[in-house]
Design a protein around this ligand. Structure first.
Ligand code: SF4
Ligand code: SF4
Length: 619
């Protein structure tokens, strides 16, 4: 079954007014969920949260569709009308028009609950007369009954074991019209929607709808009193039970004295019933009274329209009852009371204990410390909805509340938050400035690197030697004009489209024995220097060296057939011959004396004369 009440997250503004209003803390606020949620098992259907919620974010289980379905059914359907209608529908000039409106809506029978209230009132009178020192809590108010079942189950034996008027009326109507008659209770309380689930047998009720829902259904069906004839309630009609919507109405109907000092019944109405139940539990043996409790007088129940005036409704009720009294046939009433005198009005109650385990004192102490409420355990502003800071800390430990519900905690947190936001903002500004600086430096470095690359690129092109740099896949990264010239015209043409042959595959440009030297250097990470190789009709002197291990290699290549290289190479190699043989020459000189020195002089003169010829030619 759908929960009786549900918070609509779309409408809820998380003001927690409902949490503060709930007398049994059935509304949980958790850090996982931004909006509060009603715990159906803990809810007693008092409707205080609905009244407290400004944005109207609490939805009540809707019974209108279920009623329409029931009325379409072929079975007979009886409306059991609470006398509070007089307070809710003063706009309907005569109650008999109201009865006809219900018949027009589709009800086959329309009974007022006041006759059931008369039977129940008589049963209370008898119960109290025979109570023999036992004191009872009256059970006409479903909110009170649910409160005791859930939060004071030890008092179940003190709940008066009597049906409420609506269930008693259902029993009467079934006896008259048959067991297959379906019953709909038209109630001023939303709690009735859950209460009826507990009635069985001939007292069972199929559906409860509120006055507010009934108004909607009249309006939806276009039913107005002006178009209708008069029609009275189906018999049996009630008598003083019609005062039942007033807190002490049932006492009056039962003829129980309320005169002091003899009165044996204390009537409490409003949230004070919780305190009353506590006192009953503690001191009933001294108080020696039965308790008649109403969380809310039925006239003002949450199933009535919001904004109704209590005493105005009361006067409407009294006028309505007086009007009915004028036409009531007392003999018929007495005979009906006699007819149903043996009817079973008993009921029992099942405990549904919802009390929570108390957290360990150290945990509560720790929470109070976090709230900065140590030493204030018995005081509190009440803004969180709990009677004291200790109760609030207990609720936090039980998972029903969060610290942010405490105003002072929230304000302090907000100030801390603002402070930390300020600090974060300052840090952010500093970081942004540092970032801007780094960006400027990086930009300058990038510019310098770009310039350096350009210089290197230009230098490479000016070099007479051939230069090529390639990656591990032998794709060209950089090269120079001399190398491109070596490769021939086709390479020069490609160079015009792709400057520096960037990305070209060395394997397609050079023969295997040539590019394999690059592969060797890449795989062995070992440079090759001064290797002479044949390339077309040239002898090339190749040096390949590692720039980045296994990734990038570079080569300097000289054309040994070029005249300037030839001369340079002859000088270089002669010098090498002299250097290499110098030790040997010295040894020979040591052995041969002057002869060896002469040999060295001769060789040196060859070199010098060669050098001077070259210099002259260059000049
Ligand atoms: S109906 Fe009453 S008990 Fe239920 S959540 Fe609302 S205030 Fe709490
Ligand atoms: S009172 Fe209404 S709006 Fe405020 S928290 Fe409760 S449900 Fe949401």
């Amino acid at each position: 079954m759908e929960a009786l009440l549900k918070i609509n997250d779309e409408k809820c503004i998380a003001c927690y007014a409902c949490v503060r209003a709930c007398p049994v803390k059935a509304i949980r606020v958790s850090s996982e969920k931004e909006k509060p949620e009603i715990i159906p098992e803990r809810c007693i259907g008092c409707g205080s949260c609905v009244a407290a919620c400004g944005p109207g974010a609490i939805d009540i289980r809707d019974s209108r569709e279920a009623l329409k379905k029931l009325l379409k059914n072929k079975q007979r359907v009886a409306a059991l009308v609470d006398p509070s209608i007089a307070g809710e529908f003063p706009d309907i000039t005569d109650y008999r028009k109201f009865v006809q409106m219900l018949r027009t809506l589709g009800f086959d029978l329309v009974h007022e609950v006041s006759f059931g209230a008369d039977l129940v009132a008589r049963a209370y009178s008898a119960l109290f007369d025979q109570s023999r020192g036992k004191f009872y809590i009256m059970t006409n108010d479903p909110v009170t009954v649910d409160y005791i079942r859930k939060y004071k189950p030890s008092l179940l034996p003190n709940l008066a074991p009597l049906l409420p008027p609506a269930a008693a009326t259902a029993g009467v109507v079934r006896k008259i019209s048959g067991n297959d008659t379906r019953m709909v209770y038209i109630s001023p309380l939303i709690a009735s929607k859950n209460e009826i689930l507990g009635f069985e047998g001939e007292s069972s009720i199929d559906l409860a709808i509120t006055f507010v829902e009934l108004r909607d259904l009249f309006s939806e069906a276009g039913i107005h009193e002006t178009d209708l004839e008069y029609s009275d309630f189906d018999e049996p009609l009630g008598y003083k039970g019609s005062f039942f919507p007033l807190a002490n109405g049932i006492i009056q109907a039962a003829g129980i004295s309320e005169e002091l000092p003899d009165s044996k019944v204390i009537t409490i109405e409003g949230k004070g019933i919780i305190e009353g139940i506590d006192e009953f539990e503690e001191s009933v043996s001294t108080i020696k009274c039965h308790f008649n409790l109403y969380y809310k007088e039925f006239l003002m129940g949450r199933g009535t329209s919001l904004g109704g005036k209590r005493y105005l409704r009361r006067s409407h009720l009294i006028k309505y009852v007086n009007k009915r009294f004028k036409t009531l046939d007392m003999d018929s009433w007495r005979s009906a009371m006699e007819r149903f005198s043996e009817m079973d009005l008993s009921r029992d109650f099942k405990a549904d204990d919802q009390s929570l385990t108390l957290p360990p004192p150290e945990r509560i102490q720790q929470i109070l410390k976090e709230l900065d409420k140590e030493g204030e355990s018995n005081l509190g502003c009440g803004a969180c909805g709990y009677a004291s800071c200790r109760d609030f800390a207990t609720a936090i430990a039980q998972g029903l509340a969060i610290p942010e519900m405490c105003n002072t905690f929230a304000i302090r947190n907000r100030q801390d938050h603002i402070r930390s936001l300020k600090i974060s903002n300052e840090k952010l500004a500093q970081t942004q400035e540092a970032l801007r600086k780094s960006e400027r430096i990086a930009q300058r470095e990038k510019e310098a690197a770009r310039e350096a690359t350009e210089i290197v690129r230009r230098m490479l092109h000016k070099l007479p030697s051939m230069v090529v740099i390639c990656d591990q896949n032998l794709k060209i990264l950089q090269t120079n004009h001399s190398f491109i010239e070596l490769l021939g015209e086709e390479a020069s043409e490609i160079n015009e489209v792709v400057p520096g042959l960037a990305g070209a595959d060395l394997k397609t440009l050079l023969p295997y024995h040539f590019y394999n030297l690059f592969t060797y250097v890449l795989t062995h990470n070992e440079s090759i220097t001064n290797r002479d190789i044949n390339f077309e009709d040239k002898i090339l002197n190749v040096s390949i060296f590692v720039i980045e291990k296994e990734k990038i290699v570079g080569a300097v290549i000289r054309d040994m057939s070029a005249p300037e290289v030839q001369k340079e190479e002859v000088v270089k190699r002669l010098t090498e011959v002299i250097d290499k043989n110098l030790g040997l020459v010295q040894q020979i000189g040591f052995i041969l004396g002057e002869g060896a020195s002469e040999t060295e002089r001769m060789l040196n003169s060859i070199i010098e004369s060669y050098k001077s010829r070259r210099d002259l030619k260059e000049e």
